[in-house]
Design a protein around this ligand. Structure first.
Ligand code: UTP
Ligand code: MN
Length: 506
């Protein structure tokens, strides 16, 4: 280590003007200021390099801190730190400037001392380098409270897009992995600033971490950006946007060179009834449903149900029950407090709605669930076997009425699609009828989110040796069904803290 003998140092610093020098420097051009660079956190080699640079530019830079020093230059220190550091060397006088390295480098660039601005002054406490908050989150989404508030939308949007792309490409495993990763970020109390904060968090696989890192470091992820732009993703989105078209059908059409609705219409493919309705109402169905529209539809459904079976109950489920302000459809669960009274209800409700001209499309499936036939163990699939009606409602609304009157006033010849001019819009509605004894399970199962449901079933299976469906909960150890008359009962059977619908937005 090279050390300047103390004696010589003293001698050198005592000299006026040009100090600590290695010779050949300009005389001090700014004699009213004496700089001192603090080695702490800057490091000795950087300090020595910067000191020489300063002297070459005509600044007087001291090696030692003393009463002469007017400007202390620091890197990554708080004012408090600096004062503490220099107490043994006589302490820092009130009038001494405690400055960030940015003032020094800007002055070097300018060739003269730049004006001291607020941002150059050292903060009392270092606020731009906060203590790294390391987050901690339980592994299963059903153990967490996920509200609609999300501090990490950039990251979760990116991961959700990759999840969607995987699902559309029939890679469900990858899809779930991205969904789980996004769900973990959704519950973090603040925005992620650095990768180190994510240490120890569950469900963040290598791939998801790479995406997060890219976004934190570069502001965007190449993979996400190129997926968004890819022809395949765009075609999958457009084609699966047709009601009745799933990922498999869309993939088959894409292989045949069909990438958009025009090409599909021209291809001469025979579409089933659902797909025909989907194509006909394409724009409406791909426009999200508002909470207000959902409420209007709820009134229609309640009226229908009350007309055909007084005493039956209608509950809004899905995303709207979780507090969302919009959705892709409206979901309802219908039951009657007297077990058995609900049998045969759906066809009557459908007939009533049809008689009112409220339905554009409907397909009803019968209830195929029979507990006595299920036996122990898990049902063959997660598919529900409730009596269910997948439908498209014709929704007249006040706003639409106003819109149509506006349109008639427009200049003629303007091209407008039917969907924009007619006094109603098409809305997807899912109706489900459940026997009262299964109602709590059905309500829990149809409230979502999809990931929350998946995690509940995973928890039940892996942690509790139970099998949960939208019909029942079976305990494999006790070899019996566990009854529940409320969602709270089910959480209790599962050994989970109760999570209300508004906190199931995983
Ligand atoms: P949705 O697909 O309607 O989702 O299913 P959502 O949360 O309401 O979202 P948006 O707002 O419409 O886009 C609602 C719930 O119904 C269950 C899902 O698991 C989800 O929890 N569901 C849906 C089933 O159990 N089976 C199905 O066949 C469809
Ligand atoms: Mn829904």
């Amino acid at each position: 280590m090279m050390m300047v003998p103390l004696k010589r140092r003293k001698l050198v610093t005592a000299e006026a003007g040009n100090t600590g020098g290695d010779g050949g420097e300009e005389p001090a051009r700014f004699p009213h200021m004496v700089l001192f660079l603090l080695e702490r956190k800057m490091g000795s080699s950087r300090r020595s390099f910067l000191s020489q640079l300063g002297r070459r530019k005509g600044f007087q830079v001291e090696e030692q801190f003393s009463k002469k020093v007017t400007h202390v230059i620091c890197e990554n220190n708080s004012a408090e730190d600096v004062r503490r550091c220099l107490t043994s060397q006589g302490g820092v006088q009130e009038e001494v400037h405690l400055l960030d390295i940015s003032w020094f480098t800007e002055s070097m660039r300018a060739g003269h001392p730049v004006q001291i601005l607020d941002r150059h002054q050292l903060q009392e406490q270092l606020v731009n380098k906060p203590e790294v908050v390391v987050f901690s989150v339980p592994s299963y989404a059903c153990q967490r409270r996920t509200t609609l508030e999300n501090q990490n939308t950039t990251l979760t949007d990116a991961l959700s897009l990759l999840a969607e792309n995987a699902e559309l490409s029939n890679e469900d495993g990858r899809g779930v992995a991205f969904r789980r990763a996004a769900a973990v970020l959704k519950v973090l109390p603040s925005a992620v600033q650095s990768m180190s904060q994510l240490t120890g968090l569950p469900c963040l696989g290598e791939h998801s971490l790479r995406v997060i890192k890219d976004i934190l470091e570069n502001g965007a992820s190449n993979e996400v950006e190129s997926t968004k732009k890819s022809e395949k993703y765009k075609a999958l989105k457009v084609l699966t946007g047709i009601f009745g078209v799933g990922a498999k059908t869309a993939a088959r059409w894409i292989r045949e060179g069909i990438h958009n609705l025009c090409q599909l219409r021209e291809s001469g493919h025979t579409l089933n009834r659902a797909q025909q309705a989907g194509l006909e109402h394409y724009d409406d169905i791909n426009q999200s449903v508002t909470k207000t529209e959902a409420e209007v539809i709820q009134e229609m459904v309640e009226k229908a149900v009350a007309s055909v079976l007084p005493g039956a109950q209608v509950v809004l489920t899905g995303g709207f029950r979780r507090g969302k302000m919009s959705g892709h459809d409206v979901d309802f669960l219908i039951t009657h407090p007297e077990e058995g009274r609900e049998v045969g209800l759906m066809p009557k409700v459908v007939s009533w709605l049809e008689a009112q001209d409220f339905l554009l499309y409907q397909k009803t499936t019968r209830n195929s669930y029979l507990e006595s036939k299920e036996g122990p163990g898990r049902p063959p699939s997660n598919m529900d076997r409730f009596e269910r009606c997948l439908s498209i409602f014709k929704l007249h609304s006040v706003e639409n009425q106003a819109a149509v009157q506006d349109v008639t006033k427009r200049v003629e010849g303007e091209q407008r699609s039917d969907e924009q001019t007619r006094p109603w819009r098409a809305v997807r509605v899912d109706l489900v009828v459940s026997p009262f004894s299964q109602f709590a399970f059905a309500l829990l199962g149809w409230t979502g989110s999809k990931l929350f449901e998946r995690e509940l079933r995973r928890w039940a299976g892996y942690e509790k040796a139970m099998c949960l469906s939208s019909h029942a909960l079976y305990d494999n150890k006790q070899r019996k069904y566990l009854r529940a008359s409320s969602e709270e009962d089910i959480f209790a059977h599962l050994g989970l803290e109760y999570i209300p619908p508004s906190e199931r937005n995983a």
